[in-house]
Design a protein around this ligand. Sequence first.
Ligand code: ADP
Ligand code: MG
Length: 624
Amino acid sequence: DVPKQKFDYQSDVTRLRKIVINSLYSHRDVFLRELISNANDALEKLRLTSLTDKQVLSGAEHLNISIKAIPDKDGFGQLVITDTGIGMTPEELTKNLGTLAKSGTSEFLAKAENSDATGTGNLIGAFGLGFYSSFLVADHVRVASIAAKSEKNPNPQQYMFSSSADESSFEIYPDPRGNVLGRGTEITLFLKPDALEYLSTEKLEELIHKHSSFASTFPIYLLTQKSIEVPDEDAEKTETEAPIPSPSPESDETDEDEAIVEETIEEVKKEEEPKTKTVAVDEWVQLNKQPPIWMRDPKTVTDEEYELFYQVTFKDNTKPLAWYHFSGDSGSGVSFRAIIYVPSFVPESYWQAGIQGDAKDVRLMVKRVFITNDLGEDALPKWASWVKAVVDAEDLPLNVSRETLQSTKFLKQLKTIITKRLAQILGRVQEEEPEKFKEISAVYNNVFKLGAVEDSKSREKLAALARFSTNQRNSTSLDEYLENRKQGQKHIFYLADMGKDTAVLAKSVFIEKLHARGYEVLLLNDPLDEIFVQNIKKWKAVPFQDVAKAGLKFGDESPEEEKAELESFAEQFKPLLTWLKKEAGELVRDVIISNRLVLSSCAIVADAHGYTANVEKLMSSNTS
Ligand code: ADP
Ligand code: MG
């Protein structure tokens, strides 16, 4: 019999445990994520400490997490989560698990106690509950732990923390089994009768894949059962019990697909087959074989891996058009790694949704644990809100609340970083992969125009990506347009007529002369186009010029010659002009002689300061 020391929980802990125990059934999945991330933290602490003190590594060879379900005949069961991390001394067990040291906890308690059940559920998602989330699924929790060997603690002893959900106290005592762990922590959850689903391998695999397959840089093993055929004469031998060795990542590395056969449990078939029989064996299966892809060196990640990761993470079976994998610093000391993806399509709702971006696929992780995909007020600008990204911040606390996140400025900086990088990738594809850029342009051309109008910070970059049809070619960028400019040309000429086919626009009377003289004219037929040029106004200091407006100058004309020509025309056609003015009456402001037409005899043009026919159409459709 070991002497058991009884401690009362700190009053805040009692309050928190009550909330946890009474909180929503639908949120209890989070317990596994919390325990895995604690294990991961403990392993990370160990690794860090070992950099200066090698002896902490003694006691257990490998750094890993293992999960074992132990079903019980009487309809109960235990779930055991073990890590070989830094471990805890009895004092640490008392302090870390019996008191609350977490920042934001009192805020959490105040809010949780004043909210209804649903509100509490949301709070759990926002704050995390740490170790106490164990009581979401367990009536009773036992934590065995043995601290890593150090100068201060040369002979660590394994201790036990034991607590029931309905008690206001916990017990601390030496583990009667002795120092069986070697190093680290073993958490045994005595599952509630309604939480036995967590004994199922499928359920555990699903949970780990959903929340934490990328939650640990250390291997996570799950003990599973597998049926295998063995020669019958082995029956006697395999029935003898063997001790369960701890999972070994080394043997796993040598043979990736074949898991380690640990122990033969029971004979399933005996009589039917005389030569072979099926036995159920336990095997440790690693659930996270590789470090998360964003933590890897981009040079080691294949395109297929980026695509697969995208498809699994964002539940989109199409292949992304482009991605960018990078690391950086937010500017406020938060270092992070990120992969941002350009999906193959913009959802239909994108163009219907309001002006505010509603990015729901920026998955923010902290130390590889998913935290949120809701950037809230710090949503991206509308043009970029379709982006899909994973961001892993190294220097934020794992249970960081949204409020805390806001106050760190990190989200704001993140928004700027993602927006900037996105514009950057697109620019890079445009330069380096013209064929790929064509695909992107087919989906995003209007997005670029929208962005150039909406987001002044990205204006230059996005306007450079926009493509336009012209009287000379199907597609040109503004830079290409300027390269193709004629000597002396001082404007970027455009003709805008919404909804008209560009082939029709190309034959417009307004561009006859320009065309004949070899000028390129942008043919704008999308409502966004005209808004675009009106907002951009200039490209590389060259102003846009609507060719449907009066006072058009080409840039290569000789003023004297033209003046003389126009004067002689005015003289020659005076009777015609007088007659036309009289006939047209109030319908037009003026009738003038023009030298801008080549083939057509006349054109109706807008005043230099008036609306174009196009904008008039838009205005009248808005008011009717
Ligand atoms: P948090 O992880 O935010 O600190 P938790 O409630 O999850 O809060 O854990 C409380 C403390 O208990 C941790 O800070 C850590 O010191 C200790 N702890 C929990 N789990 C482990 C573990 N597996 N190994 C070592 N220490 C642990
Ligand atoms: Mg924790």
